[in-house]
Design a protein around this ligand. Structure first.
Ligand SMILES: [Zn+2]
Length: 329
């Protein structure tokens, strides 16, 4: 791939365009490591809890070999909910340490439901180096002047991760009780279509985070930046199983659609992966999970970012995807 990059570095004969990426970054999702025997999901899909850290190790090795990635993004669920609770702290640290072996730059983490089954926000966020006030886990960063990354906190309003009497837990329980008739509210039984997302293992963005997102998108528009949104939970019905969507995905997308700056929304959580282009031309890519790779196989990749597209180059079970858009934001 090194030669490929160098050849592409040439400017066209007219000198108008270049196909050299502005930058690239590594990515992986749903490592969900635990030092426990292999198991199965609720639906019977095999899960390889011990193997998943080997997938991460291979990923870091590849990213380091490539040598050009500016950073890495972990799309959440770093440790599985079945991890024995007395091992949670050490296990999260162990996986974070593997990520830290990436030599090219920072690793940006986001929180998933499985992270929150293991540790409360107050312990989790410092381990993931998410600097925040009051347990908030959303942030943005701009690796080059032309691009801004927005990392959302999908469990801002959630029944997991906050203290039981926290206003956000109460707000989440109210939503769940209104929407989900099941005794076990992790079950989407009796829920139809996108309503299936109202389960306890999902969550939503609160008012304050929505206002923050609005402000970031406005600022990016003023600065003529293209935006890539990263969220543990998928944001489009075409890209994911309906029971994995963010509770207020519709509200978030309505806000995003008021601007032209967002070019792609990237997510994890739905282990099978998916891809769609929504009615406004925004790309939605959900990444295949590292956890569900049978021994010897992998799922990780990197994205090359250009002015008019992002190219996902996947390894093994993570499919490659070229996502084109108008270079004007
Ligand atoms: Zn998840």
């Amino acid at each position: 791939m090194k030669g490929h990059v160098e050849i592409n570095a040439m400017v066209s004969s007219r000198g108008l365009t270049t196909t050299q990426p502005l930058f690239s970054f590594g990515l992986i999702s749903d490592v969900q490591y635990a030092d426990i025997p292999d198991g199965r999901s609720f639906l019977g899909v095999p899960r390889y809890y011990r193997h998943s850290i080997l997938v991460l190790q291979r990923a870091v090795k590849e990213w380091n070999t490539h040598q050009k990635h500016m950073f890495v993004i972990n799309f959440g669920d770093i440790v599985d909910g079945f991890c024995p609770k007395d091992q949670s702290l050490g296990t999260v640290q162990k996986v974070v340490d593997e990520f830290e072996k990436f030599k090219g730059g920072p690793v940006y983490h986001m929180i998933g439901n499985h992270c929150l089954y293991n540790l409360p926000r107050s312990q989790l966020l410092p381990l993931l180096k998410i600097r925040s006030l009051d347990g908030r886990a959303y942030y943005d960063f701009s690796p080059v002047p032309e691009y801004r990354f927005v990392v959302l906190d999908a469990y801002d309003i959630s029944a997991i991760g906050w203290p039981q009497d926290h206003p956000k837990t109460l707000e989440a329980m109210k939503i769940l009780r209104e929407k989900n008739p099941n005794e076990n509210m992790n079950s989407p039984d009796n829920l139809v279509g996108p309503e299936r997302r109202f389960v306890m293992f999902n969550g939503g963005l609160g008012k304050e985070q929505m206002e923050w997102l609005d402000g970031v998108l406005l600022d990016a528009t003023i600065l003529n930046q293209k935006v890539i949104v990263c969220c543990h939970l998928p944001l489009d019905t075409g890209a994911a199983n309906l029971d994995t969507l963010l509770w207020n995905y519709d509200e978030v997308m309505n806000l995003i659609h008021r601007y032209n700056c967002v070019k792609a929304c990237l997510a994890g959580h739905d282990h099978i992966g998916g891809y769609s282009i929504d009615s406004h031309g925004i790309h939605h890519r959900v990444f295949e999970a590292a956890l569900e790779c049978p021994p010897g196989t992998s799922a990780f990749g990197y994205i090359e970012v250009y002015d008019d597209r992002i190219s996902l180059i996947g390894t093994d079970r993570l499919e490659s995807t070229d996502m084109h858009f108008s270079p004007r934001s």
